[in-house]
Design a protein. Sequence first.
Length: 187
Amino acid sequence: MGIVETIVISFGLSADACAVSLANGMAAPRIGWRDALKTGLFFGGFQFLMTVIGYFLGLLVADAIKQVDHWIAFGLLVLIGMQMILETRKEESSRADCMQTPRLFVSAIATSIDALATGVSLAILATPILPVATTIGVTTCMLSIPGVFLGKRLGGFLQKGAAILGGVLLMLIGTAILLEHLGILSL
């Protein structure tokens, strides 16, 4: 696999994480560099880790992963999105939970399930995993950090509706993942 293919795969896999970073940035009332870096490291780290795990699982679970990955991502992102919308009824300070470790952990898993399947594909192609997985992780990290700040900027314009919009965005991302994998939508 060449560098062009690796970069294209990296950008494709990082799109969901970047969109979730944007939604988190819109929902949280206060965002700093620490939050953005934490988000980038979570998403980039999980993209890297899941790609490597998928690689080593290889052919053993390829069919099982491909059959359920979209359902898992859909379920997790819809649940997180619904929770963000429901939290708009709470005090503004509680909306900052989207940047807390448990929420980032679940979001990172949901957005990196495709990386697991990609890792399986890379094993089938006998591609050296470390350079590809590293590129995927670094790309995701580097796109997620500005995604948080862009979301913050958009959230400032939208005020109260930012958390609702962020939650709806997460649910739409989950739905798009599901529809794409079911062959109903082509992205």
